[in-house]
Every structure is written in C-alpha cells, then in structure tokens.
Design a binder for this molecule. Structure first.
Ligand code: UDX
Length: 425
C-alpha cells in the first residue's frame, strides 16, 4: 500500500518505519525541514532503541519530505500523527489536526482512508468527517478511521510490532475500512477491536487514565506506608500477584510524566467538565501526581533544612528510562524546586539534556556527585543500579541518598555508610 504519514514525531516516525518494514511504501512528511533533512540522511531525531537500525534497513520503502501535496496525491492511506498539545485550560489543541484536514481536503482526487493516530478528544473524528464534507470533498472519496496508538517511549518499536490489540474505530456505515486496516497491519499478530469512532477515542483516554490512576494509587499507598513504616515494595509485590490487579504499573515514585499521561488526563477531565460531569477520581489522580514531588522536597528538607548553597546531585532528567524525553518530567519539576530554594544543582542523565542556567549538567556520574550534600535518583535508569557506592561515599560531602524511584537496595546503600531515604519504605 502507498501510505502518507503526516508528522514525524514519536508516533509518526515509529509508524512509518514499522509500516515500511511490513512492506508498504511510506512517505513521511513534516513541516520541520531540519528534521526531514536528518531523516533523509538516515539519522533519527529522537533516541528510541532499534528505530535507527530499522530506518536504515527499510529505507528502500520509505521517503521523507516536506511536500505534503505530493505525498497525499499518491497515497491510498493517510495517517495523521501530529501533536495535540494541551491548551492552558487542559483542552487538547486541535489546530494541527484541523490544518492537516484542510490541506488534505483540497488534494483528494481518489479514495483515501484517513486514519487518525493522534490522540483526540471524544467526538473529534466525527467532526473531521463533517469538516471534509463541508470542504466539499465527495462522500465516496474518503473514510475516516480512528486508530489510537498505545506505544510507550523507550520501547516504541517493540510495542508497535507486538501490540496487545489494534483498536479500529469506524464511521457508522463504513464497510470497507476494516479490510484496509487488516491489509495495513498484515504481519502483526494482534486481535482487532472494532468499535465506533468515539469508542476508539474513548479507549485511548480510558487506557491512559487507568494507568495513571494505578500509579497515583500506589503513590498514595506509599504515603500511608511511610506513616506506618511499611515497605511499599512488599505491598506492590503481594497485591500484584492477584491477576485482577496485575503486577504492572505498581511502582511508587516521584510521579508520572511524559507526553501522554499528564496531557491525556487533563484533556479527559476537560471534556467531562464541558459536559457538566465532575470526574472526581481523575482529578484526584492528577492531584496526587502534582503533589508527589513536594513529598520528596519535604523529605529532603527534613534532613537538610536549609538548601541554600547545598550541592544537590540529581541523577536522571528524562521522565522515564530509555528515552531522552524530558516533557513533563518530574525530575525537572524537582530541579526547579531545588533551584528556587537556592541549592547548587548538578545533574547527570545517560541520554537526556536539560539546559537551565542554574543547573550544571555533567557527562559522568562521578563528576556530578563530587562534593554532593545529597544525591537524588529521579529516573530509574538501569545504569544507576550499578553505581560504585563506595566511591560515591568517598566523593560526597554529605551522606544522603534520596531514592525518588525506589530503585536502589537500601541495605547496599547503608552498608557503605550512606543514609538511604525512599518513599513508602
Ligand atoms: C504511556 C502509555 O503507557 C502508552 O500506552 C501511551 O500510548 C502513551 O503513554 P509513555 O508515556 O511512553 O507511555 O510511558 P510509560 O512507560 O507508560 O510511563 C509513564 C510514566 O509513568 C513515567 O513517568 C513512568 O516513570 C511512570 N510510572 C510508570 C510510574 O511512576 N510507576 C509505574 O509503575 C509505571
């Protein structure tokens, strides 16, 4: 199939590479000329394990350009994967999706299956259908399909190749698009969940909200565990054995971040409120997440009451391991609070960069740790599991290790004469 993917971000780029690997001819377009130039040269603009290798191996099936007109003209399938960032009130900003529809409308001369991969509020795809009709695109020339994406950053390639389901939302009388979707995903072994356009949109929001709620639930349990001196890790292990609960997403820590959970939760809350509903549980999930960083700040200041001119080393900048993405990263929230309190902040991350004039970023862990009064683990990178604590103790000025991801082994840390503080442990 000839596919045009609009948007070369995480979802657009990964989808392009995977569909090329499945044997389709993919033309990925983006307005950002620098990004397209790099991709044309075979280098990936984001850090995503396995992506660059696939890009190089299947480049015969792929092309990148800024010329959306040409790409649309040839394509049978158009995949929309542009951003839907939050507006200040939490509502998803649909300007890029709307722009794309306007552009597509003027270029449809043969039948197109228009697939929305971008996460959009419930009812958006129905509006896109209406928009195309209003722009005088003939009804028989297009079908809109909602096909949300559930990939995780850091394992995007694996997730797209091995999804647990493929969600397909169809227009009411659409008899053909399911066949197109099956052809598109031919070679991927996963069940198809077929629903309405709105159903597919809601599945994406429900999925992310549920996962975010699971995390906030555990963070709340960790707060209670702290009061009673109980280890949250024991609780997670035990309740996770119950298949009704499941063992994933039970890790208490400094809260969730990234480009999806915070944005999608805000958007769903906004949608519900717009329809006079009070989504109390979702609001509580957000509230717990927003205040989670404060818990760690309180812990820190209970050990070091005055942070002014204290050397605080923050290990981890990305919102989770195996990505260089710092969007809505709790690590950055914490850094900003440390800076506000006058601390000298030193940071290290294996991949991510955060440029802030008050933060010194180091290329080696040991350089970041030199003369530190405290070390804070903010991202659960595997690398931090193998640190030389003996050497760290020698290089530090103080002895406090604040484990904001409950990553480390308390006994190992304490064995080296360091003071270990986690959350709910
Ligand atoms: C998420 C969804 O998992 C994915 O299906 C969706 O398509 C996009 O949003 P992603 O944002 O890449 O993916 O990351 P994910 O691995 O889900 O982690 C999100 C955040 O939750 C991270 O900040 C992570 O550190 C945190 N988290 C996750 C916890 O604090 N505890 C956990 O137990 C799991």
């Amino acid at each position: 199939m000839e596919i045009c993917v609009i948007g070369a971000g995480y979802v657009g780029l990964t989808s392009s590479v995977i569909f090329a690997r499945l044997g389709h001819k993919v033309n990925c377009v983006d307005k950002d000329a620098d990004k397209i130039k790099k991709l044309q040269e075979g280098s990936v603009t984001i850090f995503e394990p396995g992506l660059e290798k696939l890009l190089v191996s299947f480049n015969r099936n792929m092309s990148f350009s800024t010329n959306i007109e040409k790409a649309i003209e040839k394509a049978e399938v158009i995949l929309i994967a542009v951003g839907t960032p939050p507006l200040p009130d939490g509502e998803a900003d649909l300007q890029y999706v709307n722009e794309v529809i306007q552009t597509i409308a003027s270029l449809i001369y043969s039948h197109k299956t228009i697939i929305t991969k971008s996460t959009v509020p419930i009812g958006t795809n129905d509006k896109l259908v209406q928009m195309l009709l209003d722009l005088e695109v003939k009804r028989e020339r297009f079908n809109v399909v909602s096909n949300p994406e559930f990939l995780r950053e850091g394992s995007a390639v694996f997730d797209m190749l091995h999804p647990d389901k493929i969600v397909v939302g169809l227009e009411e009388n659409d008899k053909e698009s399911l066949f197109t979707m099956k052809q598109l995903y031919y070679g991927i072994d996963a069940p198809f969940i077929v629903t309405s356009l709105k159903g597919a949109e809601m599945i994406k929001y429900a999925s992310n909200s549920f996962l975010a709620t699971k995390i906030s639930f555990m963070n709340e349990m960790a707060r209670i565990c702290d009061t009673f001196n109980v280890d949250i890790m024991d609780i997670a292990e035990a309740i996770g054995t119950d298949p009704r609960i499941g063992s994933h997403f039970l890790k208490a820590g400094i809260g969730y971040g990234g480009s999806c959970f915070p944005k999608d939760l805000k958007s769903l809350i906004h949608t519900a409120q717009k329809h006079d509903l009070v989504p109390k549980l979702l609001m509580a999930t957000e509230e717990v997440n927003q205040t989670q960083v404060d818990i760690y700040m309180d812990k820190l200041t209970s050990h070091i009451p005055n942070l002014s001119n204290k050397n605080c080393t923050v290990l981890g900048l990305s919102f989770k391991p195996n990505t260089d993405d710092t969007r809505s990263s709790p690590a950055i929230k914490l850094i900003n609070k440390l800076v506000e309190q006058g601390a000298n902040v030193h940071s290290y991350d294996p991949k991510a960069i955060y440029e802030q004039k008050n933060v010194i970023q180091h290329h080696h862990v040991m350089d970041a740790i030199k003369e530190a009064d405290c070390v804070i683990i903010t991202t659960d990178w595997n690398e931090f599991l193998h640190l030389d604590w003996k050497k760290i103790k020698k290089n530090m000025r103080g002895n406090l290790i604040l484990d904001a991801r409950n990553l480390l082994n308390k006994i190992t840390i304490e064995k080296h004469g360091l003071r270990y503080v986690g959350v709910g442990r």
